[in-house]
Design a protein around this ligand. Structure first.
Ligand code: FES
Length: 154
């Protein structure tokens, strides 16, 4: 914890005199802590003399920022053209259903999985494709999803 605070302070001192550099600053902080914690954003506001509202505004506006912890396993669902026409939406729904994710939720309660939609993963001939970690799964059907996900938690 102490180390993490020191690393955070090191990032802040790097950006101290760089007004308008809030986005790269938050990117580095997110890299350090995995996501933007509320208390960290308040700390940044205090240290950098920026209003907390401005920081929250930027953090919530840009989709690259995460306000919740990311799951242990990241499931990337390809929404590129080839996958889209091959039923990427059906695959995504099957994943969300299996993981009991509702509406906009992207991370399971137990933080085992985070599901995200991504652009072409570069293996269109295998569409529809997902990636879990660095493993690619192609030519998927909704029926195959429970087996794929169960294998991950083993
Ligand atoms: S469109 Fe999905 S891998 Fe290319």
């Amino acid at each position: 914890m102490q180390n993490s605070r020191q690393e955070l302070d090191a990032i802040l001192s790097k950006f101290k005199d760089r007004h308008g550099a809030l986005i790269p600053l938050l990117q580095e902080v997110q890299l350090l802590e995995g996501y933007l914690k509320k208390e960290t954003m308040k700390y940044i506001a205090d240290q950098m003399s920026i209003s907390a509202a401005e920081i929250f505004g930027v953090a919530t506006f840009y989709s690259m920022f995460r306000l919740k912890p990311q799951g242990k396993h990241v499931v990337r669902v390809c929404k590129g053209t080839a996958c889209h026409v091959s039923g990427a939406n059906v695959i995504l729904n099957a994943i969300k259903e299996h993981l009991k994710l509702e509406g906009e939720e992207d991370t399971t309660e137990d933080t085992m999985f985070t599901v995200m939609e991504v652009a072409c993963l570069g293996c269109c001939s295998l569409a529809p494709v997902i990636m879990i970690g660095d493993q690619t799964y192609g030519k998927l059907t909704p029926e195959a999803i429970p087996g794929v996900l169960n294998k991950i938690v083993g």
